[in-house]
Design a protein around this ligand. Sequence first.
Ligand SMILES: *Cc1c(COP(=O)(O)O)cnc(C)c1O
Ligand code: SF4
Length: 459
Amino acid sequence: MSQVREPAAASPALRPPAVPAALSHQDLRDDDFWRQLPGYRGLSAAEFQDYRFQSRNAVTSVAKLQEVVGDLVPASFYQDVSQGILRSTMSLRLSPYILSLIDWQHPVEDPLRLQFLPLASRWVPDHPELALDSLHEQEHSPVPGLTHRYADRALFLALDTCPVYCRFCTRSYAVGLDTPKVEKMHFGASSERWEQAFAYIAAHPELEDIVVSGGDVYNLRPEQIEYIGSTLLAMDNIRRLRFATKGPAVVPQKLVGDHEWTGALLRVVERSRQLHKAVALHTHFNHPNEITAITRQGLDRLAEQGVVVRNQCVLQRGVNDQPATMQLLVKRLSFVNVQPYYVFVHDMVKGVEELRTPLQTAIDLEKQVRGTTAGFHTPTFVLDTMGGGGKRDVHSYEYYDRKHGIAVFTSPTVRPGAQFLYFDPVHTLSPQVQQRWQDGGERAAMMRAALDEAVARPR
Ligand SMILES: *Cc1c(COP(=O)(O)O)cnc(C)c1O
Ligand code: SF4
């Protein structure tokens, strides 16, 4: 008898060819989608394709937003955004590309609007245990902007600006302009700070792998990309580099048209080949709507030169927490030669509680995604623990109290013996439990109980 129980199925030989709807991941938007916006109605494809147009016309204020989107939405929408910005930890910045891909008939539910435009009417109070630098990147920081948490790799924040600003940014303590809510630490692209970081990296033979991030390396000048790349690759200890950028997801035009920037990246990749080392680009797509024919054109330039591109995605409620959306994202990324690498459970970040999901959502999604495509294109669902324990597979919790929304993790390779907590959003819990979270004493008791249980009942 078979150990696998299956419903009666047609013989595989009779499996009919897939219907077109099953191949929707190959359907990349190729229309003049920006023309839906009054402000861009007269723009030709050539003008919209110009990466300089994209950066010069980034939308950084509500007034500018109103200029472009006009009467597609009522005045109350703009008021809602203005109020939302007052509470946000990130300043406003969207590319025309992203702005044009928002469905302005349904902006409140739109997955791209959700990531970039705060609405005060959607505000959910922060979790009481939440902090600005929840990952404690400062604590593992021997040099400003260099985080050495894992033995063999380090995170180098080369600069603190990005082509867009995401509401949910984990590095809101440093990235972007100061806001009414946050006065930031700044890690500008300064050569003195860089030299300190390079000296530290060269002096630590265990460091083999450097993540060059920010901010966003899209905003580095070509000579800066080349300088960082060649300096690090010249170190005997360094075997791997990754350049981290959201660029391909928000201004793919730059990959098509900025030959100096892509040229610099390609030269660093070529140099790594000569040295038998590896350089990859790590990018950040969160929703299949972000991938269009323009994206494909840009990524094709990298594919032609054999550049490895991987994706790190942030799980967000209403954006990509449905199985069909995540499956489509994974398939579409694969179609344009991007390897889905990680899906991160949303960090405990201030001001975006509406976007977080319970840990359980990530566990359920993983089950729905694995098997969709090749295993090497199947992302690992991870949680970056609060307090600096590093990334953990979502399934590896020591204890998960779903009723009170508390998960306990350990991290033997980063901090042996320590316990790390993650909290589900309070508004997803029962009314009685929500009450308990309002009380300091009750909170401490719930956390204590979970930590004790994790020790008493190892899985
Ligand atoms: C994520 C991260 C890395 C890289 O970790 P991988 O699991 O190899 O992608 C390195 N340093 C820090 C501080 C990180 O947060
Ligand atoms: S692009 Fe990355 S670093 Fe920049 S705001 Fe968005 S999430 Fe933060």
